[in-house]
Design a protein around this ligand. Structure first.
Ligand code: NAP
Ligand code: ZN
Length: 352
């Protein structure tokens, strides 16, 4: 074991604070990565504040962070794909059983024995996994991603969660030219959804509660912006969407978006409030509409997404912050004040 600097939360009401954690020495199949940037996902806030207690209770101290990019410092003897000095990235998963049907089909995220990057039982240490708000991490090579060399690293980090979580459902539901696609919520996930849907050729409409984000939405690739609190504006789009991706982190009226779908349209939820949404059956019946969900993406698809980003020059729009500003960043997330992902410059961790 070796010491690694990190930021952790001691309880649901504690701010994140500096700490030292123990990491395992890399075994034969492991890659050790010096973390350069880590994105701040709203899921980090849900977990740190134990908002997901009913589904995934937090085990404190929590070291969050699952949008990790850095440089390889050591590679175990059996590692074939990485060498010290290579760029490398890690997302929401660090292990799975590799043998179940989900894993065989490339859906490691649905493996019943998947290990999430933080706050999950760690078979190596007997404790819990610690995430990327840290200067170093050790991960089995199967869960380490290759990073295209042409991209800005601070903007690459968020691709590992916000990127794949939006890329995967847009691909699964076949978003392409000729389709009208809505993205609800212009935050970390939403802004990546806009970039991908635009890159796939769709007509993209941002559905936002924030009138101040209109210009940014267009710059990011939206063809239209609808302020979702304006009933008249919403009504103009009734029955017109093929697909809507809903990234909102709190319980809200999903029926307002179902009524925007065409016949056979789908509203896919990726936002993850723990309390249930109220769904009107009638809203679905008339038009044979669907509400669906989607969880990150498998490892092969995550690599495909990174390669797509490399080929198309896509990264997240980030506000780079030192880790000392992480608690302030969480408060801003709660106010929908993020443009459009915080990316922590991990060099700041050296300062304490
Ligand atoms: P975020 O950056 O905070 O963005 C959420 C956006 O939702 C806000 O910027 C805001 O956009 C909108 N919003 C906020 N409050 C709202 C309200 N009361 N009504 C309507 N819209 C509201 O969060 P994020 O990091 O993108 O994460 C979003 C959610 O996805 C979280 O619940 C997170 O846990 C979840 N998540 C799920 C997965 C998965 O695999 N399914 C992966 C990662 C994250 P506007 O200002 O434009 O309205
Ligand atoms: Zn995330």
């Amino acid at each position: 074991m070796y010491d690694s600097k990190a930021y952790s939360a001691a309880s649901a009401i504690s701010p994140l604070a500096p700490t030292t954690i123990s990491r395992r020495e890399p075994a034969a199949s492991d890659v050790q990565i010096e973390i350069l940037y880590c994105g701040i996902c709203h899921s980090d806030l849900h977990q740190v504040r134990d908002e997901w207690n009913a589904v995934m209770p937090a085990v404190y101290p929590v070291v969050p962070g699952h949008e990790i990019v850095g440089r390889v410092t050591k590679a175990g003897s059996a590692v074939t794909g990485f060498r010290p000095g290579d760029l490398a990235a890690v997302g929401c998963l660090v292990d799975s059983d590799g043998t179940c049907q989900q894993c065989l089909d490339g859906f490691e995220q649905f493996c019943p024995n998947a290990t999430f990057t933080y706050n999950a039982p760690d078979k190596h240490t007997g404790g819990v996994t610690y995430g990327g708000y840290s200067d170093s991490i050790v991960v089995d090579e199967r869960f380490v991603l290759r990073v295209p060399a042409n991209l800005d690293l601070a903007g690459v980090a968020p691709l590992l969660c916000a990127g794949i979580t939006t890329y995967s459902p847009l691909r699964h539901w076949g978003v392409s030219a000729g389709m009208k696609v809505g993205v609800v919520g212009l935050g970390g996930l939403g802004h990546m959804g806009v970039k991908f849907a635009h890159a796939f050729g769709a007509h993209v409409v941002v559905l936002s509660t924030s009138p101040g984000k209109r210009d940014d939405a267009r710059r990011l690739g939206a063809d239209e912006v609808v302020i979702s609190t304006d009933a008249a504006e919403m009504e103009k789009h009734a029955g017109s969407f093929d697909f809507i991706l809903d990234t909102v982190a709190v319980v809200h009226d999903v029926n307002a978006y179902v009524q925007l779908l065409k016949r056979d349209g789908t509203l896919t939820l990726v936002g993850a409030p723990v309390d249930p949404h109220a769904v009107s059956a009638f809203g679905l019946l008339f038009g044979r509409k669907s509400i669906a969900g989607s969880l990150i993406g498998g490892i092969a698809e995550t690599q495909e997404m990174l390669d797509f980003c490399g080929a198309h020059g896509i990264t997240a729009d980030v506000e780079v912050i030192p880790i000392q500003k992480v608690n302030e960043a969480y408060e801003r997330l709660l106010k929908s004040d993020v443009k459009y992902r915080f990316s922590i410059d991990m060099a700041s961790l050296k300062e304490g």
